[in-house]
Design a protein around this ligand. Structure first.
Ligand SMILES: [Zn+2]
Length: 246
C-alpha cells in the first residue's frame, strides 16, 4: 500500500500550477486567519492550511453555527468521515462520533487513529439515537443507497437531521456501476474520487446524483429533503437536509 504522505506529495506535484491562486483569508470552518492552499481550479481543491476545510466544509460549518448556535456541544452527532475538518467545530462535544468504512474490519469497534468502523448500510447504533448525521461527498460511493438512507433514518432521533453534500449533476440520477452475483458491472466508464486515507487511494463512484430527482430519490414517508444552503460562487455546492418528522 502506498503511504498517504506519498499520495499527497504526488498530488501536489501534479497540480503545482494552481498554487499561485493560494490566498490568505478567514476560514469559515475553524474561524482562523488562514492561508487557503490551491491545488485545483474549483473550491473543492482550495483548502484551509489549519483545518483542511474546502468550500463544502465551510458551507457546512456556516450552516451548523447558524442553525444550532450554542447547542453544538449538546448534540449527539455521527459523522461519516474520520478526518472531517468539522472536528474542530465539535472539539468540546463528548457525543460526536466519526467513522470510517473498511470491508475487512469488524464494524462497531474503534480503531486507533482511524475512529470507529461502520457500514452505513448496516449501522451498529440503536434506533432514534442521533440528533445529527453528517456526510460530505460520501453517498455517491455507496452502492446500496436506499439501505444507507433507511439506516440513517433509523438511527436519527425524531426531528433529527441528515446533513449532506454530494456532487450534483444536471438531469436525472444515474447508476454507474452495479454488483450482480459478486461481479461488478459498469454501465458507464469507471469513475473514481481521490481518497488519500483509504486503502487504495481512490474510491469508486456508484452514482451520479441529478438535480432533477435527488430530493424525491431520498425522501421517504416521515422524511423530508430540503436544500438549506448553496454556494454563491461558480462552484455548484449545496447542503441538503433530510429531516425525520414526528
Ligand atoms: Zn480552517
Amino acid at each position: 500500500m502506498i503511504p498517504t504522505l506519498y499520495r499527497k506529495l504526488f498530488f501536489v506535484a501534479t497540480n503545482v500550477k494552481y498554487l499561485k491562486k493560494s490566498h490568505p483569508r478567514i476560514c469559515k470552518c475553524c474561524l482562523k486567519k488562514s492561508l487557503f492552499i490551491s491545488l485545483g481550479s474549483s473550491g473543492e481543491f482550495q483548502r484551509c492550511l489549519f483545518c483542511g476545510a474546502n468550500l463544502r466544509y465551510e458551507l457546512m460549518a456556516e450552516y451548523l453555527r447558524y442553525e444550532y448556535k450554542n447547542h453544538l456541544d449538546r448534540l449527539t452527532i455521527l459523522e461519516l468521515d474520520p478526518h472531517s475538518p468539522l472536528r474542530h467545530l465539535f472539539k468540546n462535544n463528548p457525543n460526536y462520533i466519526r467513522t470510517f468504512f473498511s470491508p475487512h474490519l469488524q464494524k462497531g469497534l474503534h480503531y486507533a487513529k482511524r475512529g470507529r468502523c461502520e457500514d452505513v448500510t448496516a449501522l451498529t447504533f440503536g434506533n432514534n439515537y442521533f440528533d445529527l448525521v453528517i456526510s460530505s461527498d460520501v453517498l455517491e460511493h455507496v452502492e446500496d443507497i436506499q439501505s444507507a438512507n433507511k439506516e440513517i433514518y433509523r438511527v436519527l432521533a425524531p426531528r433529527g437531521s441528515h446533513l449532506f453534500t454530494i456532487p450534483l449533476h444536471h438531469g436525472n440520477t444515474s447508476m454507474r456501476a452495479k454488483t450482480i452475483n459478486g461481479t461488478l458491472y459498469f454501465m458507464h466508464p469507471p469513475e473514481y474520487h481521490l481518497d488519500f486515507n483509504g486503502e487504495s487511494g481512490k474510491i469508486l463512484v456508484y452514482w451520479h446524483f441529478g438535480n432533477n430527482d435527488i430530493t424525491t430519490l431520498l425522501e421517504m414517508e416521515n422524511y423530508n429533503c430540503s436544500i438549506v444552503k448553496k454556494s454563491h460562487a461558480q462552484d455548484y455546492r449545496t447542503i441538503f437536509n433530510l429531516t425525520k418528522k414526528m
